[in-house]
Design a protein around this ligand. Structure first.
Ligand SMILES: [Zn+2]
Length: 66
């Protein structure tokens, strides 16, 4: 599951949270002041998602006898 970075608008606390994709846009509660006035920050996780398109063709079951 992806980790998103959030920043609290009330106290400027920055925190990371592992959320489902369906919950990524939901307001996350600030762990410091418990405000829900938080916003999602762009993180490096998004870049990792773009490079995850490698084909899974190299996973042969090692039954190679010679
Ligand atoms: Zn806060």
């Amino acid at each position: 599951m992806p980790i998103y970075e959030y920043q609290c608008n009330a106290c400027q606390e920055e925190f990371e949270k592992i959320v489902r994709l369906s919950e990524a846009d939901a307001k996350q509660e600030c762990p410091k002041c418990h405000s829900k006035r938080t916003r999602k920050r762009l993180s490096k996780v998004a870049a990792q998602l773009n490079s995850g398109g490698s084909p899974a063709s190299n996973c042969g079951s090692g039954s190679r006898f010679s």
